[in-house]
Ligand binder design. Structure first.
Ligand code: T46
Length: 130
């Protein structure tokens, strides 16, 4: 399943969400990064990865994520900190319509490697159809 709703562990002090590698997130997490301060009209991403899998959570604010596997394009709205979106390898992703307070947390299955990126859409289509 692409979207997951995680259990909120709250009490009178506030909320907490715990994510474990291989349990809540469907891969071993090797890298964490987060993006914030993106203007609503600016899209980010617009690429796919050969091998890296990602798990995206808007821990603050909201944004939209369009995932495209070459056959089907689906846009998800991330606007709750307990919702995670899985982006598999060889799925084109674009993040857009960021709210000003959006902090998008990304858990990744691999260390950063520019060579793992497919930034050209036609190259992406050729790869998934090969
Ligand atoms: C994604 C969206 C949500 C690093 O040095 N290490 C890293 O782990 C990452 C992700 C990036 N960088 C460097 C590479 C560029 O010089 O940070 C700069 C900005 O990266 P990029 O242009 O890839 O940023 P976005 O927002 O277009 O995409 C990033 C991720 O690359 C991408 O996988 O899903 O955030």
């Amino acid at each position: 399943m692409t979207i997951k709703y995680h259990k909120i562990l709250g009490d009178h002090r506030g909320q907490l969400i715990a994510l474990e590698s291989g349990v809540d997130v469907p891969f071993e997490v090797k890298r964490v990064f987060y993006i914030y301060g993106t203007q609503p009209e600016i899209p980010r991403g617009q690429h796919s990865h050969y091998e890296t899998q990602q798990y995206l959570i808007a821990v603050s604010g909201s944004c939209k994520v369009t995932l495209d596997n070459g056959d089907e394009k689906i846009t998800y709205e991330l606007n709750q900190p307990n919702v995670g979106l899985f982006q598999d390898a060889l799925v084109w992703g674009e993040m857009h319509e960021f709210s000003e307070d959006c902090v998008l947390l990304v858990l990744a299955s691999g260390h950063y490697d520019d060579a793992d990126y497919i930034r050209d859409y036609d190259t992406f289509l050729e790869k998934i159809k090969s």
